[in-house]
Design a protein around this ligand. Structure first.
Ligand code: ADP
Ligand code: MG
Length: 318
C-alpha cells in the first residue's frame, strides 16, 4: 500500500508549471511571485463525501468539482486564477483513487493554467479542500455589495440542471448524463467573470440556489430585486426531465450546485454585457431588476406572483 509520500510524489509529478511559482510542492511551504500592482484573491471550499457530492461520484469528477467550485468563486470576483493548494483526507492512502482524482483535477487546472503549489494529505473520512488564488487589478473585483436600484439582473447558463441531477440521484431514478455532468463537472465561468470587469456592479456565483444567492447580493447592497422566474433559461435536458412547470421553476429558483454567475449591471451596459457573454462563449440572460427596498419579489412570465414554497420534490417527474 502506498504511503503519504508516495501519494504526494504522484501529485507532484502531475502538476503544471508556471513561471511565477518560485517553489512548488516539496518544501515546507510554496513561494509564489504575484505580479506587481495586482491584488491577490483567495477562496477556499471543502467538498465532503455525502454532503457535497453523492458518495458514488467518480473520483475524477470529485477532482474536477473540488477545483471548479473554487474557480467559480474567483470567477464571481472577476479574478484571473493562478495557483491552488489541495488538502486531501481519505480513509486509506489509495494511489488508484488519487490518480483518477488527479485526472479530473488536472484537466480543469490545465484549462485555466492553474498550478497546484502545495497541500496536505491526511487519513480520515473522504474530504477535499482546495484553496484557489487569483489576481485582480486593485478596485476591479466584482463584489456582492455594488448592486444599485435600477440595475438589470443577469444569469449565465441554465440554472436548475444540477439540482435536477441530484433529485434524480436521490430518487434512484433516471440519470440523464447531460444533467449529471452539470452536477459532477460544473463549468466555472472564469472568462465571463473577467469580461464583466468594468461593466457589472455586483456578482455572485450560484452555489446555494438563485434566490438564496441573489438574496446575498440584495442584503450586501441594501436593495431589493424583482425576478421573472420564466426569464431564467431552461436547458433542453431540464425541460425533458421535469414536465411540471412549477417543479421546474422551483429547481431553477432554489436548486444549488449550478455555479453559474448571477450579476447586476446598469441598463446602459446591456450591449457590453451581451458582448462579454459572446466574448467568453457564455450564454447570459436578463432575468430581473434591482429595486429600492429589500427582499426578492418573484413573478411568472405573465406577471403573476410566484413562490417556490408550494413546490416539492413530489412534482419531480424524473
Ligand atoms: P509538512 O509536514 O512540512 O507539512 P507534508 O509532508 O505535509 O509537509 O507535505 C510535503 C510537501 O507536499 C509540501 O510541499 C506540501 O505542500 C505538499 N503536499 C502535501 N500534500 C499535498 C497535496 N494533497 N497536494 C499538493 N501538495 C501536497
Ligand atoms: Mg503538511
Amino acid at each position: 500500500m502506498a504511503g503519504e509520500f508516495d501519494l504526494i510524489d504522484r501529485i507532484r509529478a502531475r502538476v503544471l508549471a508556471r513561471a511565477d511559482v518560485a517553489l512548488g510542492i516539496g518544501d515546507d511551504a510554496a513561494l509564489l511571485q504575484p505580479p506587481l500592482g495586482r491584488q491577490l484573491v483567495v477562496a477556499m471550499d471543502t467538498l465532503n463525501s455525502g454532503v457535497h457530492f453523492p458518495p458514488a461520484t467518480a473520483p475524477a469528477d470529485i477532482g474536477w468539482k473540488a477545483l471548479a467550485v473554487n474557480l467559480s468563486d474567483l470567477a464571481a470576483m472577476g479574478a484571473l486564477p493562478a495557483w491552488c493548494t489541495l488538502s486531501l483526507s481519505m480513509p486509506e492512502p489509495d494511489p488508484v483513487w488519487v490518480d483518477a482524482f488527479l485526472d479530473g483535477f488536472d484537466a480543469l487546472a490545465r484549462a485555466h493554467d492553474v498550478a497546484l503549489v502545495g497541500g496536505d494529505t491526511t487519513r480520515g473520512p473522504l474530504s477535499v479542500c482546495v484553496t484557489a488564488f487569483g489576481l485582480v487589478a486593485p478596485g476591479a473585483a466584482l463584489r456582492r455589495n455594488g448592486a444599485q436600484a435600477g440595475d438589470d439582473i443577469w444569469i449565465s447558463g441554465t440554472p436548475g440542471d444540477a439540482a435536477a441531477a441530484l433529485a434524480q440521484w436521490s430518487d434512484g431514478g433516471t440519470r440523464d448524463p447531460v444533467l449529471r455532468a452539470r452536477l459532477d463537472r460544473p463549468t466555472p465561468r472564469v472568462e465571463l467573470g473577467l469580461a464583466l470587469a468594468g461593466h457589472a456592479h455586483a456578482a455572485i456565483d450560484v452555489s446555494d440556489g438563485l434566490l438564496a444567492d441573489l438574496g446575498h447580493v440584495c442584503r450586501a447592497s441594501g436593495v431589493g430585486a424583482m425576478l421573472d422566474i420564466d426569464a431564467v433559461p431552461v436547458s433542453a435536458a431540464l425541460r425533458n426531465a421535469v414536465d411540471d412547470v412549477h417543479a421546474r421553476r422551483a429547481l431553477q429558483a432554489s436548486g444549488g450546485d449550478d455555479y453559474e454567475l448571477c450579476f447586476t449591471a446598469p441598463v446602459s451596459a446591456r450591449d457590453a454585457i451581451v458582448a462579454a457573454g459572446a466574448a467568453s462563449a457564455t450564454p447570459v440572460a436578463r432575468i430581473g431588476r434591482m429595486i429600492e427596498g429589500a427582499g426578492i419579489a418573484v413573478s411568472t412570465g405573465e406577471g403573476a406572483p410566484w413562490s417556490p414554497a408550494r413546490a416539492g420534490w413530489d412534482h419531480f417527474a424524473g
